[in-house]
Design a protein around this ligand. Structure first.
Ligand code: UDP
Ligand code: MG
Length: 313
């Protein structure tokens, strides 16, 4: 019989945390409806896969998915969610920064009639300047831009009704936008405060550069939502502006030449400026176009963002 709840956990080089995580899960599982735990090994280079292979023998509720290489947290999560059998899905991190003891709380909230319940790390235990501060800025921006009011989009600890994730595809840093993507499909969303612990084992795979990627993903998602079917609306404006600017410059120079009788062939800076702007815009547009093609490809072809090596047991 299928379990009611599937707990999905991506793990990348978490050999130290895993035994503790499994013990904590073993304590919590009796408190919730019948559940399975899917741990996705995201191409770890340490002892993670071995520990997982051993643990499957010990814990009957454990299923292990081993990816062929490191595909990133979103792909690993997708893999776990694809293979989950429960009607209710829970995601959390493997490093015990999320507390498995909060799972019952999320499930209770879900029962109140929500489709998605997101954890809010009210007392987040991460470095201030490289993580908490940029996250606060990013969270405020995401909240404003998307209109989905959460305090903490980055918290992996979330619970969903399966339907809420239908048609939601995630890439890159997009796993944090699941609530936004689900909201676009009419999901009822709630947020509950959860505990957060400092990392006790191993180290974070992310630093400041991640916030940049998160913001980029946000912009790209926004772009995709709005312009997927009409990229010209997007490219038209800057294209037109550039053309207009170039035209004005030429007009100005022609004016100098014709009426001022001046030489205009000696303005390298002007040329350089125009060249740089054009090149920059060109690159951005090419990047966006590539992004569009990539996403259309993954969503249209049903091709997976990950590749599986093994499923245990
Ligand atoms: N993770 C993963 N693939 C990656 C990077 C991270 O599966 O390429 C997992 C990692 O093992 C952890 C979770 O994603 O369970 C969150 O990663 P981390 O703790 O490094 O992020 P932070 O808590 O610092 O935001
Ligand atoms: Mg962590």
């Amino acid at each position: 019989m299928d379990p009611e709840v599937s707990i999905v956990i991506p793990a990348y080089n978490e050999e130290e945390a895993l035994p503790h995580l499994l013990e904590r899960l073993a304590e919590i599982l009796p408190q919730i409806p019948p559940a399975e735990v899917l741990i996705v090994d995201d191409g770890s280079t340490d002892g993670t896969p071995e520990i997982l292979k051993d643990s499957v023998k010990r814990y009957p509720w454990l299923r292990v998915l081993i990816l062929r290489r490191n595909f990133g947290q979103s792909a690993a999560l997708t893999c776990g969610l694809d293979h989950a059998r429960g009607k209710i899905l829970v995601t959390l991190d493997a490093d015990l920064q999320n507390d498995p003891a909060d799972i019952p709380k999320l499930l209770d909230k879900l029962k109140e009639g929500y489709d998605l319940v997101s954890g809010w790390r009210k007392n987040r235990q991460d470095p201030f300047f490289t993580r908490k501060l940029p996250s606060r800025v990013a969270n405020a921006l995401i909240s404003r831009i998307t209109g989905v009011r959460l305090h903490d989009y980055g918290c992996t600890l979330k619970a969903y009704r399966r339907e809420a994730l239908q048609g939601v595809t995630i890439y890159g840093e997009l796993h944090r936008f699941i609530p936004v993507l689900a909201d676009l499909r009419g999901a009822r969303i709630a947020e509950v405060p959860v505990r957060h612990h400092p990392r006790r084992f191993g180290k974070s795979k992310y630093g400041l550069s991640r916030t940049y990627r998160v913001l980029l993903d946000l912009l790209l998602m926004f772009f995709f939502q709005r312009f997927a079917t009409r990229p010209l609306h997007f490219f038209g404006l800057p294209g037109g502006l550039l053309f207009g600017t170039g035209f004005l410059i030429e007009l100005y120079l022609s004016f100098l030449k014709i009426f001022g009788h001046q030489q205009i062939g000696h303005r390298p800076l002007l040329l350089l400026g125009v060249l740089l702007i054009l090149t920059g815009i060109n690159l951005v547009c090419t990047g966006l176009l590539a992004e569009l093609i990539m996403r259309a490809y993954y969503e249209g072809s049903g091709r997976r963002t990950y590749a599986l090596r093994e499923i245990l047991p």
